[in-house]
Design a protein around this ligand. Sequence first.
Ligand code: RIB
Ligand code: CA
Length: 316
Amino acid sequence: MNTTPVWMDCDTGFDDLMALVAIANEPAITLVGVSTVVGNTSLANTTRNTLATVELFGITAPVYAGCASPMAQPPQTIESLLGADGLGTIDRRLPDPVRRTVGPRHGVQALIDCCRLTQRPITIMATGPLTNLAHALALAPDIATTIERVVVMGGSADSGNHTAAAEFNVYADPEAWRQVLRSGVPMEIFGLNLTRQVLITPADEDAIRAVGTPLAHTIADHLAFYLRIRTKDEPSPMPLHDPSVAAYLAHPEWFELKDAHVEVEVAGTVTRGATVCEFRVPRKAAPNAHVAVSAQGRAVVDHIVGRMVQALIAVA
Ligand code: RIB
Ligand code: CA
């Protein structure tokens, strides 16, 4: 089968982990590489979390450590929300990787090399701040012609989460987002307006736990923590941000996207990191991105949880 080559750039926290396991287990996709970036937590932690995931789930794609700092500000991690290592749990914790290590090249260079050497245009699936991709495009503008599209979780066509105006991945590195938007690479944007339609619930934790293996209980414990981010004591449905992108790559028919002109606020004090989506294109502005506006949320969650259950059984 002719598969689609996908490179994943991530700041592995729990939703990145769910997206990574899903995309690595899509028959029509070949995960050709993974780069890590500072975001949810430090680069050391996002890299550890990513290596632990690929090791435990038997994912063979190479992993490369990318940027430890954003382009124009100090790191803005959210360990206060997600736990000290960015992968909070109510009990069991994903064990540290034993065998898997990062490749020798910097993640930015590895991404550039992959784009230059590929036989087929690469799809980039970005689930963290766009620091690595922005540096890659600045260092090697020629790769813009070998990138099929950038499918990214980030921004919002309405309100933010990290601030009232800004979604976290953009807030963490607004200059990077502006750089990628201006590069002209085709962008498909999955913002909070979309991911808030894709809600994972306590019943999904039960489905994962029902697999019954130690790893299944560990993943369920991390999901249980994720479901308590807003409420601490009682679990409540939570947006499944990054996996929405993985589900889109497998089932685009579950989503509606609209052309838009998207800009990132970098100068605002209250609004820095906001993404402003102008849908009145081309009348008001030239379109520069496709913005996801609706999803069949339950189908998406069932697919992602199903891929996780399938992967847990496969490595049992
Ligand atoms: O705002 C949600 C995004 O920020 C997700 O990618 C999550 O993993 C964090 O990176
Ligand atoms: Ca992420």
